[in-house]
Design a protein around this ligand. Sequence first.
Ligand code: PGA
Length: 245
Amino acid sequence: MLIIGNWKAYIESTTKAKALFASAKRLSAKGVHEVVVAPAYPYIGMGAGIKGLILGAQDVSETTGGAQTGEVAAGQLADLGVSYVIAGHSERRARGETDEVVTEKVRHIFAHGMVPVLCVGERERDSDAQYLKEVRQQISVVMEALSQKERLQVVLAYEPVWAIGKTGADAITAGDLAEMVLYIRKILGDYIPGRATTKVKILYGGSVDAENIRMLASGTGVEGFLVGRASADVAAFSGLVKALS
Ligand code: PGA
């Protein structure tokens, strides 16, 4: 499985960052799961110096760099050895990021040889199933802009906004997750021919912890997890990765 720890802005200490990096490296070295760490920008340079650590970034600029105060361009992340870049996280979308901006980000990520982790997910579930349209739209806008080869390389993270940042008990149920994974594969079928849709990795994110990870992994069709809060604590994160093994 692919497990990506998204530290968000939880970490404010280099000592803690070092401990988390070391733990993630050890977990990945076991070779059972691919464990990726996505620290806030200030810690990426630090992670870049650690051999064997798989680095991610939480975001990237939709610009190509240059005269863009405060932006971090894809080329800069690639230069530091970042492998995965999150695009379209709901906490960025909540600040006004549109599907078009997310698409630009995904294009820059690919242009620099990195893998985009495209976050999609409804804000809430309504009884008319409008939420399915929301997810379809988020996926479609990006897929339409990509080449056939790129479509297969996107990692999709399904993160229902209502399940993010809560406790483990608030995560989605295995049944609802399995249904959503099938629905996402159906959407992908509009852009990718035949069985090739199974090549696109689908992750789940939203209050994943050591208690619920096995339930979320079994029979749901997900191939990994995007973990927020629990990734900012050495014991919680290693506990969750081990619970999966
Ligand atoms: P959470 O965050 O695990 O704290 O719910 C997940 C995410 O936002 O990626």
